[in-house]
Design a protein around this ligand. Structure first.
Ligand code: AMP
Ligand code: GLY
Length: 425
């Protein structure tokens, strides 16, 4: 099979790494890819937002399956456009991707189908949004309705902060069109976890749970980022909790989306808040998490390509995924300054040494190759993933590999996995 992976981050390197191991994969392409992906796939210089360019390439190259990594092209209708051209794709249609693309849509769905989530209001003008805030009080959460690169969620400790957040989104238009509407939502307390399931429109196969570290600095301090590290499984998601999430959240969501005429296919990523053993939905994403995906693939024993294809073809009943009875953890190396301004172009050394441990893999995110060297080309630059019998062992291996990398212009957190290690010892 000829496979095209769309995207060029650590998540897409991890997907390529797993797909390349499949005996069914005869040729692997990635658009646009990165320096690490170039070692296992043919990179094609098409941006992941270029729907027409991707459809044209997939047609010319006779691609048998397109696997879409990021949410942007999904919300923009890449899967619809591919399918309209007779090309098979893994990922939701634009209508189903609204689960991530519109927070208001997602909240309405939860309410209509009894999926546990916080109370909320949906507003297309600021006065009514502020009235809702005045009635409900703080703490409260104000969210831009549309995609805002993970920045459209504002946690407000006071009513004043919440009024300012509404103005920032709706009046100052800090997130552009994403702020045509706001969702104002109950502030949920508890411990966060991410739960992943493959969905084929009707059926779901769980992929397990992970926890990520969004803050830039040790001790979960500093500004929020796309994610500085993650591990799976997440100890808070016990087998009983996973069953509850499947029964109370994933299955009703699949049923609801089908009933709305937008059956969901692809990866359903449930952002959970768990308080006193009760799971509630913070958000849905319609794609693999990054960096969570880099840890997930290390635990998977089964053929990922087989599973993604079955998902795209609506026959997940034929898939029984096997996992290593181990933990996996990923540490993100980012350019100094990230998530603020950072420099590009510094040289990264020691990559071969870092990948020496057979239990560790260095995934590339923002890298480019130049004259035989690997250069930093983004904010999050590498993901160093490792597996081990416990989160602690996976953590030790990951940091051993990190310490072999020579990149003075980069930084990483040194405490990825602390919550799981505290819990498990
Ligand atoms: P989202 O993009 O909706 O996942 O929000 C980003 C982050 O904001 C989440 O991972 C949570 O840490 C936090 N968050 C979002 N919604 C809520 C909420 N209703 N209550 C508390 N924290 C929230
Ligand atoms: N790491 C969180 C996300 O991918 O949205």
């Amino acid at each position: 099979m000829k496979v095209l992976v769309v995207g060029g981050g650590g998540r897409e390197h991890a997907l390529c790494w797993a797909i390349a191991r499949s005996p069914r994969c005869t040729k692997l392409f990635c658009a646009p890819g990165n320096a690490g992906i170039a070692g296992i796939a043919k990179c094609v210089p098409i941006d992941s937002s270029d729907v027409a360019g991707l459809v044209a390439f997939a047609g010319e190259a006779r691609i048998d399956l397109v696997v879409v990594g990021p949410e942007g092209p999904l919300v923009a209708g890449l899967v619809d456009a591919l399918e309209a051209s007779g090309i098979k794709a893994f990922g939701p249609s634009a209508a189903a991707a609204r689960l991530e693309g519109s927070k208001g849509f997602m909240k309405d769905l939860c309410e209509k189908y009894g999926i546990p989530s916080g109370t909320f209001g949906r507003f297309d003008e600021p006065v009514a949004a502020k009235e809702f805030i005045r009635i409900h009080g703080a703490p409260i959460v104000v969210k831009a309705d549309g995609l805002a690169a993970g920045k459209g969620v504002i946690l407000c400790r006071s009513e004043q902060e919440a009024y300012a957040a509404v103005d920032r989104i709706m009046v100052e238009r800090a997130f552009g069109e994403a702020g045509d509407e706001v969702v104002v939502e109950e502030f949920l307390k508890g411990e966060e976890a991410s739960f992943f399931a493959l969905v084929d429109g009707e059926r779901a196969v769980p992929l397990g749970a992970a926890q990520d570290h969004k803050a830039a600095c040790d001790g979960d301090t500093g500004p929020n980022t796309g994610g500085m590290g993650a591990y799976t499984p997440a100890p808070i998601v016990t087998p009983a909790m996973a069953q509850r999430v499947m029964d109370e959240i994933v299955r009703p969501t699949i049923k609801g989306m089908a009933a709305e005429g937008a059956p969901f296919k692809g990866v359903l990523f449930v952002g959970l808040m768990i308080e006193n053993g009760v799971p509630r939905v913070l958000e849905f994403n319609v794609r693999f998490g990054d960096p969570e995906c880099q840890a997930l693939v290390l635990r998977l024993k089964s053929d990922l390509l087989e599973a993604l294809l079955a998902c795209a073809e609506g026959r997940l009943d034929q898939i029984d995924l096997q996992w290593r009875d181990e933990a996996a953890l990923v540490v993100v190396l980012a350019a100094q300054g990230y998530p603020g301004a950072y420099e590009k172009g510094s040289v990264i050394g020691g990559l071969a040494e870092a990948g020496r441990d057979e239990c560790a893999v260095v995934f590339h995110a923002g890298t480019v190759a130049s004259e035989g060297r690997v250069l930093a080309a983004g904010g999050r630059v590498l993901g160093v993933a490792a597996r081990g019998s416990t989160v602690r062992e996976a953590q030790r291996r990951a940091y051993e590999a990190v310490d072999r990398i020579q990149w003075p212009q980069g930084f990483c957190r040194r405490d990825i996995g602390w919550r799981a290690i505290d819990r498990q010892g």
